[in-house]
Write a protein that binds this ligand. Sequence first.
Ligand SMILES: CC(C)(COP(=O)(O)OP(=O)(O)OC[C@H]1O[C@@H](n2cnc3c(N)ncnc32)[C@H](O)[C@@H]1OP(=O)(O)O)[C@@H](O)C(=O)NCCC(=O)NCCS
Length: 377
Amino acid sequence: MSSRGLEGVVVAETELSKIYGEEGRLVYRGYEIEDLAENATFEEVCHLLLYGELPDSHQLADFRGRLERERAVPPAVLDLLRLLPRDTHPMAALRTAVSALAGFDPDAENMTEEANLRKAVRLTAQLPTLTAAWDRVRNGNEPIAPADGLGHAANFLYMLTGNEPDELRARTMDVAFTLHAEHGMNASTFAARVTVATLSDMHSGITSAIATLKGPLHGGANERVMKMLLEIGEPDRAEAWVRDALARGERIMGFGHRVYRALDPRAPILRSLATQLAAQGGNTRWLDIASRIEAVMREEMDRRGKKIYPNVDFYSASVYYTLGIATDMFTNIFAMARTPGWTAHRIEQLRDNRLIRPKAVYVGALDRKVSPIDERG
Ligand SMILES: CC(C)(COP(=O)(O)OP(=O)(O)OC[C@H]1O[C@@H](n2cnc3c(N)ncnc32)[C@H](O)[C@@H]1OP(=O)(O)O)[C@@H](O)C(=O)NCCC(=O)NCCS
């Protein structure tokens, strides 16, 4: 018997995060996600994931400084982005650029834990720069250099637009990064661990992870959620739209999860941020449509006896859209936020490494013989 989708299969021990699927709880290294979202910045969460502890004020200043110094990417990698067709998907551009970064990284083939930590910080710092640069380049603009003195989230929004975000927008981006930073043995993290377990390098692992995150059943769902909200367009059209889609046997993006059989704890935090942004901008359209979808889904799924609830992507979509981020870049936000999780998993994998190599049950033909080519018709 095979386990389809490896559901329920335990492939590693991890100290990074624990998901309580039935209760809808998420914990990073012992801290509840609500506590971290409320009381820590993304930089503090990165430190927690990479070094095991929240930083004290000196460690935080040092860590922020290191992230800041690592933000710039080699000009040749920016040139590489300029060579890509303008309609290249931002996740494809990111995957290509991260792979290319390896060639410029002085630690690329250094497998020590110290070097891996340096690369973890560097990649966490560089992914936002690459993503913002691609959005500028594909729109015919010059990339904007990172700004010293701005936090990780605020600097990303600055590099996209050239404007420093206000406090609510910067904090919203920061919390969204924290919520996406780590999530157990999800598909992209597993891909990264499979890659590095062969003793391949950090950049290869992160390139695998980005490639895996790109799909609509994983990170790509947030982009599809926004497309759905835009297609629905008006709150009054939501109910019929959802019922029709379900009647056609389609899945509603932003709902359901392999592990959560309750509300994803990240969804209400994002809903609260979406509410604050909507109030600030005086536009509740996306929130209203989302609430209507949620209500119809609750009714439909209850009727079908299915534990399908909103996941992290459902509300992150309208949050990013309101922040002015292009819809096809939403998955890149997920990727840049998940980099500390992916890189921490690499480090954890290498501390007790064993090649990851499952088996498949052969169900093909048996006992066949090769006949001469001229007898095969
Ligand atoms: C996330 C996801 C891939 C999990 O998949 P999974 O664990 O393999 O779930 P299953 O395919 O076993 O789904 C169980 C049942 O719920 C249904 N279901 C799952 N997600 C659904 C959704 N978003 N909309 C409607 N029905 C859904 C499935 O059709 C299936 O029904 P069936 O038993 O009648 O065949 C799935 O929920 C999904 O496709 N969601 C939409 C994409 C998304 O938002 N992804 C982001 C995840 S963070």
